[in-house]
Design a protein around this ligand. Structure first.
Ligand SMILES: Cc1cc2nc3c(=O)[nH]c(=O)nc-3n(C[C@H](O)[C@H](O)[C@H](O)COP(=O)(O)O)c2cc1C
Length: 371
C-alpha cells in the first residue's frame, strides 16, 4: 500500500476528514444543546456513517487533562484503533503529543495498528499549547520553538524507525541505536504524518518533514499565504507537502438558517471557558519569536470553535459551501477537515447534499482544464 505524493495541481479529488469527538462538549465551547457525544457507541456509529457518506479520514484529538469545555477525554491512539476495528475503509489519524510520548513507542504502536487494520493508520503530530497539561504531567514546558525542534526530531525518528533497519539517531531530544522494527507498517513508505500548527516553526517543520500541513480555520487569503510559504520550504528540501484546512460546517437549506445556528452557538458561548482558553493559547503562536501562528489573531467569536473553524466560512446552503470548498482546492488545499454541531446527522447531510456538488464542480473544472 503506497502513499503517493500529490499529482499535478488540482487533479486529485479533494479528501474529507471529520474531527472525532473523543472529548466531551463537542467542537464548540458553548452551552448550546448538542446531540454529539464523546462515548464509544456514538463514535463507532459516527465513523460508520462517515465512511458511508464519503469521508476519507477521521482525526482524533489528544488532551491529557480537562480544559475549557472538554472535561472528559478519551486517549487518541486507543480510541482510534477502536474506530478502525469498526470500519473498513476510513483512515484514522491519531493525535500525538511529543513530550509524554516517545517516538519509539508511537512507531511500534503505529506499526501494529497499521498491520491490524490494513494500512489505515496515520498520525497528527501536535506540538502543544497547554502549559497546564505539561505541568500536570510533571514534564518541562519548553519555549515555543524548542517544542517544534522536539517535534521535528520526533517525526524524523518515527520515520526512520518505520523505514530503515538498524536505525541510528543522535538528537538533542531523542536517540536510537541499531533499532530494527519488525514488523514494519503495511503502508509504504510509511503511514501518513500530519502536522498541526501554523507558526513559522510549524511551517518549517511541515516543509522539511511532514506529509501534510494542517491549518486552523482562516480566510482564503490567510490559507493561500501559508500554502505558498510551506510549498516554498518543501521545494527547498526537494519535497511535496499536502494541505489540510479546518472548518466548522453549518449546512442548512437556507443561508439565514445557517447564520442563525452560528449566532446561537456564539450567544450561548461559555465566556469564562472561552476567555480562559484565549489566555492559555497565548502559549501558542503569540509565544513564538515572531508572534505569529495559531490563534495569534483570534477574537472571542473565533475562539468559540477552538480551531478557528468559523473563519473558513463553510456556513450556508449546500451549494454555497460546495463552491467555497472548490475555491479552497483552487488555492492548493487537498483535504477539508470538518467539525459539526450534531455530528451524526450533519455528517450524513454533508455526504448527501454537499459532497455530490463538490464532485460535480470538480468534474466541471477538470473538463474545462482538458478543453
Ligand atoms: C487540525 C489541528 C489539530 C490539532 N489537534 C491538537 C490536539 O489534539 N491536541 C493538542 O494539544 N493540540 C492540537 N493542535 C494544536 C497544535 O498542533 C499546535 O501545536 C499548537 O496549537 C501551536 O501552534 P502554533 O505554533 O501555530 O501556534 C491541533 C492543531 C490543528 C491545526
Amino acid at each position: 500500500m503506497t502513499n503517493e505524493p500529490p499529482k499535478t495541481n488540482g487533479a486529485d479529488p479533494l479528501s474529507f476528514a471529520y474531527w472525532v469527538p473523543n472529548v466531551s462538549g463537542g467542537l464548540v465551547v458553548s452551552k448550546i444543546p448538542q446531540r454529539t457525544d464523546w462515548n464509544l457507541a456514538y463514535n463507532v456509529k459516527l465513523a460508520q456513517i462517515a465512511e458511508a457518506s464519503g469521508f476519507d479520514y477521521a482525526l482524533s484529538q489528544i488532551r491529557f487533562i480537562g480544559s475549557y469545555g472538554a472535561e472528559y477525554q478519551h486517549e487518541s491512539t486507543t480510541f482510534s484503533t477502536a474506530l478502525l476495528a469498526s470500519t473498513t475503509r476510513l483512515k484514522v489519524i491519531a493525535a500525538i503529543l511529543p513530550g509524554p510520548w516517545h517516538p519509539h513507542v508511537i512507531a511500534k504502536l503505529g506499526a501494529t495498528a497499521d498491520q491490524l487494520f490494513e494500512g489505515r493508520w496515520a498520525i497528527n503530530v501536535v506540538s502543544g499549547w497547554f502549559a497546564g497539561e505539561f505541568e500536570a504531567l510533571g514534564l518541562p514546558w519548553l519555549a515555543h520553538d524548542e517544542r517544534y525542534k522536539r517535534s521535528r526530531e520526533f517525526i524524523e525518528v518515527v520515520k526512520g524507525i518505520w523505514t530503515e533497519d538498524n536505525f541510528n539517531y543522535e538528537g538533542e531530544f531523542y536517540k536510537a541505536k541499531d533499532f530494527t522494527l519488525k514488523p514494519k507498517p503495511v503502508q509504504r513508505p510509511h503511514p501518513e504524518i500530519f502536522q498541526g500548527g501554523n507558526s513559522r516553526a510549524a511551517q518549517e517543520n511541515a516543509g522539511a518533514v511532514s506529509d501534510w500541513y494542517f491549518m486552523n480555520g482562516n480566510t482564503p487569503d490567510g490559507h493561500r499565504k501559508q500554502i505558498q510559504n510551506v510549498q516554498a520550504i518543501a521545494a527547498s528540501h526537494g519535497r511535496h507537502v499536502k494541505f489540510a484546512v479546518n472548518s466548522f460546517v453549518i449546512a442548512r437549506e437556507t443561508e439565514e438558517e445557517a447564520q442563525a445556528v452560528l449566532a446561537s452557538i456564539i450567544d450561548q458561548a461559555d465566556p469564562e471557558a472561552v476567555n480562559a482558553f484565549g489566555g492559555a493559547v497565548k502559549e501558542a503562536g503569540q509565544a513564538s519569536p515572531e508572534g505569529q501562528g495559531m490563534w495569534a489573531n483570534s477574537g472571542f467569536k473565533d475562539l468559540v470553535q477552538y480551531n478557528d473553524g468559523f473563519k473558513t466560512n463553510l456556513i450556508g446552503t449546500p451549494r454555497q459551501i460546495a463552491e467555497r470548498i472548490v475555491a479552497l482546492k483552487d488555492i492548493g488545499v487537498d483535504l477539508v477537515l470538518c467539525a459539526f454541531l450534531h455530528f451524526q446527522e450533519e455528517v450524513a447531510f454533508f455526504g448527501e447534499r454537499v459532497l455530490p456538488l463538490v464532485r460535480e464542480f470538480e468534474e466541471a473544472r477538470s473538463r474545462a482544464r482538458a478543453a
